[in-house]
Each structure stands twice: as structure tokens, then as C-alpha cells.
Design a protein. Structure first.
Length: 90
């Protein structure tokens, strides 16, 4: 059986070396664990998959401020969703 902490550290090492799939997998793990702060950090590192996961969460919660923050971090789909919601009246 593989140690999940070791796997996460290996993924982090690979992501730090520029492996985008490892960065995406870290985002999946953070999402599964409900670690929104970690997802935000991954978005700040350039993970568009983290942006997708955060946008999905913010959209479900109807959190316009969070959508703006995600958009400001560079995830364009969050800006589009925010714009759509503002046009529709929230």
C-alpha cells in the first residue's frame, strides 16, 4: 500500500518541477479534502484546474466575491460566470 503523504509530496515535487498533471492532481486532492485555501494557493501557482474547481464551488454557493477573486487570479471562466450572474441579476 502506498503512503498518501508520500504520494502528495511526490506530486508536489513533480509540480514544482513544472509537471502540470501533478499540479492538477494536487488540486483534485485538495478539492476532495475540502481544502479551499490549498486550492487557492494552487490557483496562485498557475493551476487552471484549481481555478475550475474553485469556480465550480463558488458558482454552487452563489459567491460573487469569490468568483471575482478567482477571476482576478487569472481564471477567465470565473470572470465569465460572474458576468453571466451579474447580467441575470445575481
Amino acid at each position: 500500500m502506498t503512503n498518501p503523504n508520500h504520494d502528495k509530496q511526490t506530486l508536489r515535487d513533480l509540480a514544482d518541477a513544472g509537471n502540470e498533471r501533478a499540479l492538477d492532481r494536487l488540486a483534485d486532492l485538495a478539492d476532495e479534502a475540502g481544502e479551499v485555501e490549498e486550492l487557492s494557493e494552487l490557483l496562485d501557482e498557475g493551476s487552471m484546474h484549481a481555478g475550475f474547481l474553485l469556480t465550480r464551488r463558488a458558482t454552487k454557493a452563489g459567491d460573487l466575491r469569490e468568483l471575482q477573486r478567482i477571476a482576478d487570479a487569472g481564471y477567465e471562466a470565473a470572470a465569465e460566470e460572474l458576468d453571466r450572474r451579474l447580467r441575470a441579476g445575481g
